[in-house]
Design a binder for this molecule. Structure first.
Ligand SMILES: [Zn+2]
Length: 302
């Protein structure tokens, strides 16, 4: 099936009816050793996948997987929303060099769309891993404060409850590389956090849906208007290799079995439909519909 919404690779954006979606980059082309993410990713399999998906997704020499870290900016006629807040600047992440003590241009990239931090009405995180909450806060005069002063930060209560429990169990041993302390708790303290159900409707045509497994309260976010539909699916699909091997869960999934079930149902539901799939870590420009050949999935060709 063709048709549906088309991602404009040059503009890094698309329109879902009257809503506009832009990709806002924090980091791109970050290499990860394949079997560090997927335990079944042998070098033979990865070499074959490098041929299928191309050098912007897999480094043909090292066979490392390449990941992007970006937000999606959703603008409706009434609201300005940022989804998934990447890694952030100045964060102390000594065991993750690419994320450590950064001074990246994320807010400049946001400004290129004409949006300032004070314009953001809602911040949404599909889950609370460190690479999805980083820009929730920024360092001002030695303190972590919310980056978006007028935003409500919508946290799925099931997700927050899980990580709060983990934090409370041993508060002196920072969880999630320290991101719960520097990128979530300051938002809670500011009063800007709103805890919501996993199926929360943010605005007409924009709602969350439970997609548990990658984390206990993981959600995906639907953007719909008229007959157009996109899904900001976070890490429900982490890298295009999971189109070829949808049964692969990442080593970072809190419940790999549930993650697998969620991902396979998701792909089955939306393959061969006009729905545009916008994952949190796919490298540009591959934001497409998904097609099935009965066994594996592929990027839709229009
Ligand atoms: Zn992630």
């Amino acid at each position: 099936m063709s048709g549906g919404v088309h991602w404009n690779a040059k503009e890094e954006s698309c329109h879902i009816g009257k809503n506009a979606i832009h990709r806002i980059v924090d980091l791109e082309s970050i290499p990860f050793v394949a079997d560090m993410i997927y335990q079944d990713a042998t070098s033979d399999i990865v070499a074959e996948l490098a041929g299928e998906f191309g050098s912007h997704h897999l480094d043909p020499a090292s066979l490392d997987l390449l990941l992007s870290f970006h937000s999606f900016l959703v603008r409706t006629d009434k609201h300005t929303i940022l989804v998934d807040l990447c890694c952030g600047n100045d964060k102390d992440r000594p065991t993750r060099q690419a994320w450590h003590k950064r001074s990246g241009p994320f807010l400049d990239n946001l400004a290129k769309t004409g949006v300032q931090p004070s314009d953001i009405d809602f911040v949404m995180c599909t889950h609370l891993h460190a690479d999805h909450v980083g820009w929730n806060t920024q360092l001002v005069d030695g303190a972590w404060v919310p980056t978006f002063p007028n935003a409500q930060y919508l946290f799925a209560e099931k997700e927050l409850a899980h990580w709060q429990h983990e934090h409370d169990a041993n508060p002196t041993e920072p969880i999630l590389y320290g991101s719960y302390i520097d990128s979530v708790l300051p938002v809670m303290a500011s009063g800007q956090a709103q805890l919501v159900k996993s199926n929360h409707a943010v605005a007409p045509g924009i709602h969350m849906e439970a997609a548990y497994g990658h984390t206990p309260g993981n959600v995906i976010i639907h953007v719909e208007d008229q007959n157009d539909h996109a899904i900001l699916c976070g890490d429900a699909i982490h890298h295009p290799v999971q189109l070829a091997y949808p049964e692969w869960s990442t080593n970072f999934c809190t419940d790999p079995e549930q993650s697998r079930t969620t991902r396979m149902a998701f792909l089955s539901d939306y393959a061969d439909t006009p729905t545009l799939i916008l994952p949190a870590h796919f490298q540009a420009p591959d934001y497409h519909r998904i097609e099935s050949d009965g066994k594996r999935y592929h990027f839709g060709k229009d």
